[in-house]
Write a protein that binds this ligand. Structure first.
Ligand SMILES: C[S@@+](CC[C@H](N)C(=O)[O-])C[C@H]1O[C@@H](n2cnc3c(N)ncnc32)[C@H](O)[C@@H]1O
Length: 283
């Protein structure tokens, strides 16, 4: 089980928010710079842009000999994604098995049972599939569970939608294609996501957008007292400004004057090294 630190005992550490080349983000492509660990290098970025690795994953899953056993089983679909990721030395950029266990436990024990989840960064749908499934497991008959997820890369979004369908979660998970801020603004204008309805959020896209996209949710009061905001990759690649923001405790853009109480949980990355998840509860 991951080590969990109480609120405000951890100094923002590690990483750098300049890990990604924001010029490259503007044109909708993947970032093209390597960090010091050489993790997200030019080759990885090019793969990401074309969705090469992610399309290979899709093909791998749909040609598995146990496809019919996987169909309709969210855990089995996530395990299949983990199997594919294990064949790549640096893994895939999903939340991975350890964080999956940790967050699904949070969803399984949260009171009241969460029914609406907002995710920034669908990638291949791994977190969407396991976390939506954890919410569905608690839903009472007739209760609607919604997992709203944003992915700017259309090829990768298509992979996520196809795997969500395979997992039997087509009616629960919606993948919105495009920059998260634009999609979310549209959903708020249309009344698809409304005030105070978001129980859980996961920020897991490019780290430069964590604060501005959280503030978009603050402004429209999508979060409310008791909502939980999770943010991944706090140490690697690193989101020190974000951690400082939520540890300062004030939801600056909130017309309701909301505050955050923030803890962090430690995880070891698949290729080694420490990472943290930030867990901020709104009050
Ligand atoms: C770390 S991955 C998400 C992993 C996913 N949550 C999982 O566990 O399977 C980040 C994803 O965010 C997407 N992304 C980056 N910036 C974005 C933005 N502004 N809006 C929407 N998606 C974005 C990237 O294309 C990438 O697929």
């Amino acid at each position: 089980m991951a080590a969990v630190h109480p609120p405000n005992t951890i100094t923002p550490v590690g990483g750098t928010s300049t890990y990604f080349d924001t010029d490259a983000i503007v044109d909708g492509s993947a970032p093209k710079v390597a960090n010091s660990a050489g993790f997200f290098n030019v080759t990885v970025a090019a793969n990401h842009k074309e969705g090469a690795e992610e399309l290979a994953l899709l093909k791998y899953v749909y040609t598995r000999s146990d496809l019919e056993k996987i169909r309709g089983d969210p855990d089995a679909v996530c395990n299949a994604i983990d199997d594919f990721a294990a064949t790549i030395p640096r893994g895939l950029m999903t939340i991975g098995a350890e964080k999956r266990t940790f967050i699904t436990h949070m969803l399984a024990t949260a009171e009241p049972a969460p029914t609406t989840f907002l995710e920034f960064g669908s990638y291949v749908g791994y977190s969407a599939i396991c976390l939506a499934s954890a919410m569905v497991a608690r839903a009472v008959p007739g209760q609607r569970v919604r997992y709203v997820s944003f992915e700017k890369n259309p090829i990768i979004a298509a992979v996520a939608a196809s795997l969500a369908d395979l997992a039997g979660l087509r009616d629960v998970i919606t993948i919105h294609v495009g920059p998260a801020a634009e999609s979310l603004t549209r959903l708020v204008e249309k009344g698809t996501v409304t005030r105070g309805t978001v129980d859980f959020m996961l920020l897991d896209h490019w780290k430069d957008f964590y604060i501005s996209d959280l503030q978009l949710c603050e402004k429209s009061s999508l979060i409310r007292s008791g909502s939980v905001v999770l943010a991944d990759n706090i140490i690697f690649p690193g989101a020190p400004e974000y951690l400082a923001y939520v540890q300062a405790g004030v939801a600056e853009a909130s017309p309701d004057g909301f505050n955050y109480a923030t803890k962090t949980a430690d995880f070891i990355l698949p290729f080694g090294g420490l990472d943290q998840l930030a867990i901020s509860t709104v009050s």
